[in-house]
Design a protein. Sequence first.
Length: 324
Amino acid sequence: MKAVVQNGAGGADTLRLENIEKPIPQDGQLLIRVMAAGVNRADIVQREGYYPAPPGASPILGLEISGVVEEVRGVSRFQPGDAVLGLVQGGAYAEYVVLDDALAIAKPAGLGWAEAASLPEAWMTAWFNLVDIGQLVEGEHALIHAGASGVGVAAIQLTRLLGVTAFASAGSSAKLDYCRQMGAEQTFNWRETSAFSALVRQWGGADMILDPIGASYLSENIASLNPDGRLVVIGVMGGAKSPLNLGQLLMKRLTVRGSTLRPQTVERKARLAQALEQHVLPAISEGMVKVTLDSTYPLEAVREAHLQMEGNQNQGKIVLLIGK
């Protein structure tokens, strides 16, 4: 099969297309002929050598797919020929990948392959961090940083489903407009407003913050939170080390939590897959949620897809088209 392999850690120029052996599914897994694969920031960090694949996972990049079941191992609700989407531990940038049966979701007929592949990582990450960890409840306020990213747009739309008011940050007027179209009620440009806490407090403060930036935002995030607020850090694009004002943490009873989805157990991911299937897919079919597909690239153009994401040019998801 064709797959994207890497010539050492580094830039997009380390990626190349080669023929390698198909993966072999184990009991409780499906072999999927991949039709499309989502591109995520985690793929870039792994490519650079800072986010290695977990033990036993494929070293090939890619965490989410849509495709056709080719082979079933063990008892399953799926059979060969079924169209599915799902989250994988790695290996999505290839013509075939193995998918845990518990994480497979039937693809709705109304969704194209690229649209379906854009959903698992972004929406499962958003649900995990806003609902399971962030404990958002109706009537609260959530601040979503990098609001025009795939996860950011999913998070903004999820707040609407939860009855939560969303604030969002992004780096251009076009992206801010996009965030508002997705449901953000207040926005700010991080390039122009580095000290954003006063603005957020003016809007009523944040009860929960979803942050992929990290160190450079920490003090402003803490200052933006309401009493009993929760800060969930899902990335360190702005650095990993920063002083922390423990006085504010104590006086406002704040919670600061780091979060990554990939190392979670199959059982926990299966619950997130169920949430996607039971809540998000129906909301898409009813027009309450939009699929946020920014652009598609053939697998041969994987370098260009990575460069677009590295340049922060996308609004929503970037997807690789693989099967035909």
